[in-house]
Design a protein around this ligand. Structure first.
Ligand SMILES: Nc1nc2c(ncn2[C@@H]2O[C@H](COP(=O)(O)OP(=O)(O)OP(=O)(O)O)[C@@H](O)[C@H]2O)c(=O)[nH]1
Ligand SMILES: [Mg+2]
Length: 223
């Protein structure tokens, strides 16, 4: 099959990311689309777009059009328009911020209202972000699961910072929207290994004047 024929079987999916400000929507999107993460918080004003192509089992080429919506759009007039025509909606909260979880109720109200008229609801995914801060978790697992179940949502936990389960989350959502089953090896392939930085003790030693480490020993630290 030639490249041009490959192109013709592409499916385009509109994925909209919503949730409170600072829950990590932009971080999640840039991690997924550009393999980047920034510690600095820069509020999204309105909307940003990203595109990523993936291949699903059966050689199905999918173009994911990701709409990253600013948290401040809740209550504004534009949100309905952004949501219109979405195949999937990710409702993102920060597992260390309880109100970001509670407020998803309000975001869901808008989703329901927009799609009531369209007849068909989009795939809805509940995404708990910042799992690298597990020790600071304020939203219990059972709360998350209950909310997902009651609202017919798929359930995901990710860290935009480390990249943990980010690819997997989008892959699963796209496959589910298109009615494609992912096999266990395919699921495992998208589990990302979390990288640990190697500390250079020789460089540290020069600045801190600490006793030298044992020869040939090296340490890993997960940040
Ligand atoms: N530790 C940690 N911090 C994160 C993670 N994801 C995002 N952050 C931080 O959380 C802050 C807010 O992230 P954004 O992605 O800008 O949040 P947002 O949801 O896009 O916010 P709005 O654009 O205002 O709606 C930033 O300082 C990020 O660095 C994560 O997985 N772990
Ligand atoms: Mg943002």
């Amino acid at each position: 099959m030639s490249d041009s024929e490959d192109e013709s079987i592409d499916k385009q999916l509109k994925i909209v990311i919503i949730g409170d400000g600072a829950s990590g929507k932009t971080s999640l999107t840039t991690r997924y689309a550009q393999e980047q993460f920034g510690k600095q918080y820069k509020q999204t004003v309105g909307i940003d777009f990203f595109l990523r192509r993936i291949v699903l089992p059966g050689n199905v080429n999918v173009a994911l059009q990701v709409w990253d919506i600013g948290g401040q759009t809740l209550g504004g007039g534009m949100l309905d328009k952004y949501l219109y025509g979405a195949h999937g909606v990710l409702l993102v909260y920060d597992i260390t911020n309880y109100s970001s979880f509670e407020n998803l109720e309000d975001w869901l109200v808008v989703v329901r209202r927009v799609f009531e008229n369209e007849g068909k609801m989009p795939h809805r995914a509940l995404v708990g972000n910042k799992v690298d801060l597990e020790h600071m978790r304020t939203v219990k697992l059972d709360k998350h699961q209950k909310f997902a179940q009651e609202n017919g949502m798929s359930s995901h936990f990710v860290s935009a910072k480390t990249g943990d389960s980010v690819n997997l989350c989008f892959q699963k959502i796209a496959a589910e929207i298109l009615g494609i089953t992912l096999t266990k090896p395919e699921l495992e392939q998208h589990q990302r290994v979390v990288k640990a930085d190697i500390i250079n003790y020789q460089a540290k030693e020069q600045t801190s004047k600490q006793p030298p480490p044992q020869p040939k020993s090296s340490l890993c630290a997960i940040q």
